[in-house]
Ligand binder design. Structure first.
Ligand SMILES: [Zn+2]
Length: 85
């Protein structure tokens, strides 16, 4: 009788574990930013698995190179867009 596992309990345990794993692995996120060239807003996928980074990504609207400054801290991911002069 005691062998009968409660399905609810098992499920909630699994979900909590999955949530924790998902949180730890949440190194990819969608950042919203504004193109410093044309002013259009767009979303881009950032990969923060390697920590902060500087890289260049072309604007999906005007195709000009945007300097991305990716910062990772305990609050999450922060992405700043700049333009090279
Ligand atoms: Zn643009």
């Amino acid at each position: 009788m005691a062998e009968h596992a409660c399905p609810h309990r098992e499920k909630s345990r699994l979900t909590a574990r999955e949530r924790r794993l998902a949180h730890r692995r949440r190194m990819q996120d969608v950042a919203k930013l504004r193109c410093p060239w044309c002013g259009e807003r767009f979303e881009t996928l950032v990969d923060a698995s390697g920590g902060g980074a500087d890289y260049v990504e072309d604007c999906p609207v005007c195709c000009r190179p945007i300097e991305m400054h990716l910062a990772v801290d305990h609050d999450g991911i922060r992405l700043d867009a700049g333009r090279e002069d």
